[in-house]
Design a protein around this ligand. Structure first.
Ligand code: GLN
Length: 203
């Protein structure tokens, strides 16, 4: 039998342990990304929630900024939540900060207000089962979406789940749901499809 797919989870700061648990429950193996050497042979990459400014500092301290950027652009499925989404946006406001520019979106950090505006909200989506909700924690708000980027779910009028090619990003935290959240399932399915395509290309 083939090994289960291997997903790397950036584990410098934030809720990487919750992502690991959600992925393990969905049947994939995980590896913590803490150094460039951890980036080889991955079938997917997760950028967790947390504090994007702290993550930026730690990426520099660990000399991971460039190697992680190369891995994120390599075509493997990427799943970024909240602070992770901020790291891969084209443009970040409040304040402006460095980002990988992998998704053509503008995000405003903490754009839904402070901690007491955090909570679980209904998602409006044709891509997800009816009744799917998302938990928002000091979440970024997407204020513009560029060409080629699909909006897969909204909270009210705001886009909150977006995808371009292999890169999927959410303002909310599906990894915190009890049971398999449909967005985690969507990412895991993309990872399995990537593994199948890679195996077919090698055959
Ligand atoms: N407010 C955080 C930031 O700006 C993101 C919050 C989260 O990841 N839950 O980086």
């Amino acid at each position: 039998m083939e090994d289960a797919p291997l997903v790397g989870v950036l584990a410098l700061q934030g809720d990487f342990a919750e992502h690991e648990a959600a992925l393990a429950a969905a049947g994939v193996r995980t590896r913590r990304i803490r150094a460039a050497a951890d980036l080889g042979g991955l079938d997917g990459i997760v950028l967790p929630g947390g504090e994007s400014t702290t993550m930026l500092k730690l990426l520099d301290v660990e000399e991971l900024w460039r190697p992680l950027g190369d891995a994120l652009r390599s075509g493997v499925p990427v799943f970024a939540t909240c602070a992770g989404m901020i790291l891969i946006a084209d443009r970040v406001e409040n304040p402006n900060q460095r980002s990988y520019g992998l998704l053509p979106i503008t995000v405003v950090r903490n754009g839904y207000g402070r901690q007491y505006h955090s909570g679980t909200f209904a998602l409006v989506s044709t891509a997800l089962p009816a009744g799917t909700t998302g938990t928002f924690i000091r979440a970024p708000r997407i204020t513009s979406v560029g060409a080629g980027c699909e909006v897969l779910a909204r909270r009210g009028d705001d886009p909150v789940l977006v995808r371009r090619g292999p890169v999927l990003a959410a303002c909310f935290h599906p990894e915190l749901a009890t049971g398999l959240h449909p967005v985690v399932a969507m990412f895991v399915e993309a990872v399995r499809a990537y593994v199948r395509r890679s195996a077919a290309a090698r055959a």
